[in-house]
Design a protein around this ligand. Structure first.
Ligand code: BGC
Length: 770
């Protein structure tokens, strides 16, 4: 029998790169006493209402999705929802974004109605604030999560989360539906850009950093809010890559890839979670009792509230077809462990819930548990004490300090993926021709969830912000810049003009990518960049002028068809409202790029392989043996890749001992020198490969990273401390385990071997004598 070290999951969940800890899920007896008193007074109807979350549309003048402008609360509807239906939560935005002052009025009106109710339980307002408070006008928007991960800078991510919390509270709203901690393993997915990429450690680290920023040490204070991890879990693993479709995830993989980030967040104080609208193994997650009640609540001891995703209780019947009626769906979801349903646009849910409780189809113990969790979050958020602080308490709202942080994040999010013949940075005296559909669009920099769900209003709302074109003009003077569209997102338009104007330019900055989208409307059937844009790229490359490709896109659209013709490639994903400025800063060398890919950028539509593939997939298919050109993992750009205008040389990768024991830690150090001519930042990445294991190991797994800044000529020793938890995997029996044996640590091109020792077995003393 081979020797294994089984691990307590809690140990593993903490991870090695965390420098902070939020309060764990401990109950506060004083809060529980308050809940006991309230629960004892609540009627069945009040409890069912508490578990209901409605969209703002339901209390506004007009009909859902078709509200009168400007959106106004209809007092009669509000009264009905609060007094007759006892609704506990309202979400989102209606049909337009509002100013912070208007939000405060809306929240005040809602809470004033709640204060008139029998038990005066405040309403919990929730909103999608995923890259800043995107439904409040005048706030600080920053890169979308994929861009945040591309910074490899969790401390910066935490600062961004703090900005959201501040501006969200300024809007009177205490709860955001963020961060998305879905691992994205198939980047055709229309929500790829809402994730932190394909790796578990990245998702865990950035998810925790955002949560720490949102919640601080006390989510009930005037500057912090409750985070909502979503979408639990496996949402980004859909077999088809299409939004809201099924994944198939074996238990072992579930535990190794799709649970650790959530478990860590819970251990670090996350108090709300949203469920995956789809599901895995044919089980809709909203009906998955083993997942919600079993793993989340029982195994991990989650004490917060579980909210459904949009209309997903009803969808158990209309989409998933696992319940014959809406009422049966209500019973299925609540019995599985959903505490609050994001209904969002009907009152039937509440009615069916009341009926089901009265008929005994849902036990009162389950209802009390759900309501207790909701009240707990409301109390922790301080909602019983005050509605919100006055706007004057938020002097930094939408101000210069926050804008600078957004700009810093946009700059660090940019990935220089190619720089042939040092084509970049460009000289500020160059004559630049700017071409392409993303050059003049703030919408293509902000992405979805910007003022509206699909983000289609960005170009009207963010007129004061620089598009890529405007930022280039500002950087070098408009007289040196010409612009020709060449193609829009649908078709070639003025490609011949672009080619003609190129004759007078020194360089072409070609801005391609995607318009904003999210969820089902962002579905595509081919990851390849759209044909008109590819044609445009070919036409411009044929002019013989150097072409610099800038990609503003939500997922890695394939560029293999023309990448070789490009002199340089700068990947921006969705960098946010300061993205145009940040791109110009990098193009002209005012900023040295330091972003690295948080996912693999595929080369081929049928070559989608994440970086942590198995050794089997590393065989050269031509020979059947390892080595040669690995055609299995042959991406356009690898996970973790990104260039700089300076050079970093890695030397002396060492371990502090060749072998370590079970309860010890191992130090892995490397010397990094900036051998180039200017200051730069570098994300130093530690990968470890388990050379032999009972479950086929990955060729490498990211086990740590640190972003450092080095002056030209400066050397720094970077040290990673790992323990056996960092080498663990989920074994054949679905338990976390580390197997002693041989490992390889890899940083840059260097590698060093080490061993985890087998335990010393004490010899039983031999009997001496007769
Ligand atoms: C999305 C969630 C979002 C919710 C509320 C759903 O369609 O899947 O991510 O939080 O809507 O807007």
């Amino acid at each position: 029998m081979s020797i294994k070290f089984y691990l307590r999951p809690a140990l593993f969940a903490l991870g090695m790169t965390l420098s902070f800890l939020l309060p764990a899920q401990k109950l506060n007896p004083a809060i529980e006493k308050r809940i006991d008193a309230l629960l004892a007074k609540m009627t069945t109807e009040e409890k069912a209402g508490e578990m209901t979350q409605l969209s703002l549309d339901m209390i506004c003048v007009g009909s859902s999705y078709n509200l009168t402008q400007p959106n106004t609360i209809d007092p009669a509807k509000l009264k009905k929802v609060i007094q007759d239906y006892h609704v506990g939560s309202i979400l989102n935005v209606g049909t337009s974004a509002h100013t912070a002052a208007r939000w405060q009025e809306i929240i005040t009106e809602i809470q004033a109605e709640a204060a008139k109710s029998r038990l005066k339980i405040p309403v919990l307002y929730g909103i999608d604030a995923i890259h800043g408070v995107n439904y409040t006008l005048g706030t600080t928007l920053y890169p979308q999560p994929l861009g945040v991960a591309a910074t490899w800078n969790p401390a910066l991510a935490e600062r961004l989360g703090t900005i959201t919390a501040y501006e969200c509270r300024a809007s009177g709203i205490p709860w955001t539906f963020s961060p998305a901690m879905d691992l994205c393993r198939y980047p055709v997915w229309s929500r790829t850009w809402e994730s932190f990429g394909e790796d578990v450690l990245m998702n865990k680290t950035f998810g925790l950093a955002m949560i720490k920023g949102y919640q601080g040490n006390n989510m009930g204070d005037a500057f912090h809010i409750a985070a909502c991890m979503k979408h639990f879990t496996g949402y980004g693993a859909a077999v088809s890559g299409k939004d809201r479709t099924y994944a198939w995830i074996p238990d072992r993989e579930l535990r190794e890839y799709y649970l650790p980030q959530y478990e860590a967040a819970i251990k670090n104080g996350a108090m709300t979670v949203m469920i995956n609208s789809a599901g895995f193994n044919g089980i809709p997650s909203h009906a998955n009792k083993a997942l919600i009640t079993g793993i989340l609540k029982s195994e991990w001891g989650f004490k917060g509230l579980v909210v459904s995703d949009w209309e997903d209780v009803k969808y158990l019947t209309t989409r998933h077809k696992v319940a014959a009626t809406y009422k049966e769906a209500v019973q299925m979801a609540i019995n599985a462990g959903i505490d609050m349903a994001m209904v969002a646009n009907d009152l039937e849910f509440t009615q069916y819930l009341i009926e089901s409780i009265k008929e005994g189809s849902i036990p009162m113990s389950r209802i009390n548990d759900a309501v207790r969790r909701i009240l707990r979050v409301k109390i922790m958020l301080g909602l019983f004490e005050k509605t919100h602080d006055p706007l004057s308490n938020y002097p930094k709202f939408g101000g210069e300090e926050f804008r600078q942080t957004s700009l810093e994040a946009a700059r660090e999010a940019l990935i220089l993926a190619k720089n042939q013949d040092k084509a970049l940075p460009l000289s500020k005296s160059s004559k630049v021709l700017v071409v392409g559909p993303t050059a003049t669009s703030i919408r293509a920099l902000n992405g979805g969830w910007t003022n509206t769900w699909q983000g289609e209003l960005s170009d009207e709302v963010y007129v004061a912000k620089n598009t890529i074109l405007e930022a280039i003009q500002a950087a070098i003077g408009a007289d040196k810049v010409s612009y020709v569209e060449g193609a829009n997102f649908e078709a070639l338009t003025t490609v011949n003009d672009a080619v003609a104007v190129a004759a007078n330019a020194d360089v072409i900055v070609l801005c391609l990518g995607e318009q904003s989208y999210t969820e089902v409307p962002g579905t595509i059937n081919d990851l390849t960049l759209d044909a008109p844009q590819i044609e445009l790229a070919h036409a411009l490359a044929k002019t013989g002028k150097p072409v610099i490709l800038v990609l503003a896109e939500g997922r890695p659209r394939l560029i293999e068809a023309f990448e070789a013709e490009m002199k340089a490639v700068l990947i921006a994903f969705y960098p946010g409202m300061e993205g145009g400025t940040a791109i110009a800063d990098v193009l002209f060398g005012d900023v040295n790029p330091s972003g690295k890919l948080p996912l693999t950028y595929p080369r081929y539509a049928n070559g989608i392989v994440p970086y942590d593939y198995k050794f089997l997939e590393a065989l050269d298919p031509a020979t059947g043996y390892p080595g040669g050109k690995n055609k299995f993992y042959d991406p356009q750009y690898a996970f973790g890749f990104g260039l700089s205008y300076t050079n970093f040389e890695y030397k002396n990768l060492t371990v502090n001992k060749p072998a370590f024991n079970k309860n010890e830690s191992l130090e892995i150090s490397v010397q990094v020198t900036n051998t180039g001519g200017r200051q730069g930042q570098e994300a130093v990445q530690l990968y470890v490969s388990d050379l032999f294991a009972s479950i086929a190991p990955s060729v490498r797994r990211l086990r740590g990273f640190q972003k450092i800044s080095l002056q030209a000529g400066e050397t720094r020793t970077v040290t990673f401390k790992i323990t056996m938890q960092d080498l663990a995997f989920v074994g054949i029996d679905n338990k976390w385990v580390t197997e002693p044996g041989d490992f390889k640590a890899m940083i840059g091109e260097l590698s060093v071997d080490f061993k985890l020792n087998k335990p010393v077995v004490k010899a039983t003393p031999k009997k001496v004598g007769p």
